[in-house]
Design a binder for this molecule. Structure first.
Ligand code: LFR
Length: 494
């Protein structure tokens, strides 16, 4: 039987991966070919992404994959949301794209929100206002450099930019553009009203295409350099969250079942908590609670909230490692045991408190948060980690309750996907805090979603079939709320 092989490039804010995807006998699998670090690069006091270095890394990955597994059929890049670069009249990148944690939007947020208040942004675009959104960044760029209106010919979101560098074709893929704050709520077109009110040039936005569009082939020069042959370049569900959600094997559990009542939590640096709906949810409640609407592969809507996720733990562990005291296996094991002994909760943090949003000394910030809110301060490292995970679980639970209130329907079960679900303690605490069954998997959600969307574009599977393929291919792990569990099997990974 035919084996289809292709490449999924999944670029995250802290690392990127070139993954080989294979599809044979109705089963999809991914294998890591190359992993490389990513992060902000500072220049003149501003934060950027090193696009050229990332592109070189991706090319190395393709080269390695072709050597070991060639021939391959296609490639597609997915990345985090909101960031972008400009092309000039020659189709060259004007300068390296800014990082969303750059602070240049600070000075202009007020001017933007005077012209377009947050509630209006929500009504016109379905997006929750946030200074990291493309619309804020673009407004800031044009204020700071008015000559951009002459020099910049096209604005390419990060995955569109890499797919362009591979193929020479510039498009605006819908799922990534649905994070921009510039499209109508159904992501079918730029919002004319937003562009007018903020005097943003509409010509910058390329042709919108749906996720799963074959946009071309690898440039001839690259085919030669990499020995790859005519790889197809596909605009997939190029927002990593859209790819992750495309991999969810709905229909596996829950008392009531059905897609509408299953929620998801995509766990990485960010936690994205939400559910899929047929249409964008633009109610006042959705806006006040802080939800956003983004577009899914296949044209449905994703109602979700961005929660500062495992960033809290990553920053904490980074600090300890930098101080020469990385977390030991024993401490990790003690933690898991602490859960079995049903250790009492120490304190609960709001992960989205601005205190935690920038790099720095997390344990110290946790301490000052607890003092400010009149809670006991976690003392040991186990207690600190436990507090972070418990706080994430509590904030997931609050968000799930808000989703139930907004949709008027109970959530029957929660699918947790992404690298963060390797943390079994987090999954169990989430089951306990929500009182819902957790169905965890796949871990490689973005990469698998990326592969699935390519498979549909290549005609190898039908869109409605995609989730069943995942259900067959990866066995999910189930977690029941503690109340109903006599014995549970907690691993020691943190
Ligand atoms: C997750 C993610 C979120 C987006 C955030 C910033 O990786 O893509 O969906 O809100 O990064 O772009």
């Amino acid at each position: 039987e035919e084996i289809i092989k292709l490449l999924a490039v999944d670029l995250g804010a802290s690392s990127g991966r070139v993954m080989l995807g294979t599809y044979a006998g109705g089963i999809v699998a991914v294998e890591e070919i190359r992993r490389f670090p990513n992060g902000p690069v500072e220049a003149d006091g501003q934060l950027y992404w090193d696009v050229q270095k990332l592109f070189q890394e991706m090319k190395q990955g393709i080269l390695a994959a072709v050597k070991s597994h060639g021939p391959l059929q296609s490639i597609s890049v997915d990345t985090w949301g909101v960031d972008y670069g400009f092309l000039d009249a020659e189709g060259e990148l004007l300068y390296s794209p800014h990082h969303y944690r750059d602070q240049r939007m600070e000075g202009i947020a007020l001017a933007l929100e005077t012209a377009l208040p947050p509630e209006e942004q929500f009504r016109l675009t379905g997006n929750q206002s946030s200074p990291i959104n493309t619309v804020y960044q673009l407004f800031a760029d044009l204020q700071a450099n008015p000559e951009l209106t002459q020099n910049a010919k096209q604005l390419l979101m990060m995955p569109d930019l890499f797919n362009y560098m591979f193929s020479g074709t510039a498009v605006a893929e819908q799922t990534i553009w649905s994070t921009s704050g510039l499209l109508t709520p159904d992501s079918s077109a730029p919002s004319g009203e937003v562009l007018r009110r903020l005097e943003l040039p509409a010509e910058l936005i390329p042709r919108l295409v749906p996720a799963g569009t074959i946009i071309g082939e690898l440039r001839p020069g690259l085919q030669e350099e990499l020995g790859s042959g005519p790889l197809k370049v596909i605009a997939g569900a190029s927002h990593d969250t859209a790819s992750a959600v495309a991999s969810i094997p709905y229909g596996l559990g829950g008392s009531t079942g059905g897609e509408g009542s299953a929620a998801f939590i995509s766990c990485g640096t960010w936690s994205l908590v939400g559910l899929e709906t047929a249409e964008p949810v633009l109610s006042a409640g959705a806006c006040t609670y802080g939800f956003t609407n983004e577009s899914c592969f296949g044209g449905t809507n994703r109602l979700l909230k961005n929660i500062t996720g495992l960033w809290l733990l990553q920053e904490t562990q980074r600090g300890w490692a930098e101080a020469g005291e990385p977390l030991s296996h024993q401490e990790a094991a003690e933690l898991a045991e602490g859960l079995d002994r049903s250790a009492a909760r120490i304190a609960v943090l709001d992960p989205n408190d601005p205190l935690f949003s920038t790099p720095g000394d997390m344990p110290m910030r946790i301490e000052s948060y607890c003092i400010r809110t009149g809670q006991p301060v976690p003392q040991t490292r186990a207690e600190i980690i436990r507090t972070i995970l418990e706080s994430l679980a509590q904030s997931y639970a609050g968000t799930i309750r808000e989703l139930e209130a907004l949709t008027g329907r109970p959530v029957s079960c929660i699918h947790m996907v992404g690298g963060g679900i390797q943390n079994k303690l987090l999954c169990q605490l989430t089951a306990d805090a929500t009182g819902k069954e957790i169905i965890a998997g796949p871990v490689e959600a973005s990469a698998i979603g990326n592969v699935l969307v390519q498979l549909t574009a290549l005609g190898a599977i039908e869109v409605p079939e995609a989730r069943a393929v995942v259900a067959r291919s990866c066995a999910p792990v189930r977690y029941q709320p503690a109340l109903f569990t006599i014995h549970s099997d907690q691993g020691g990974q943190v």
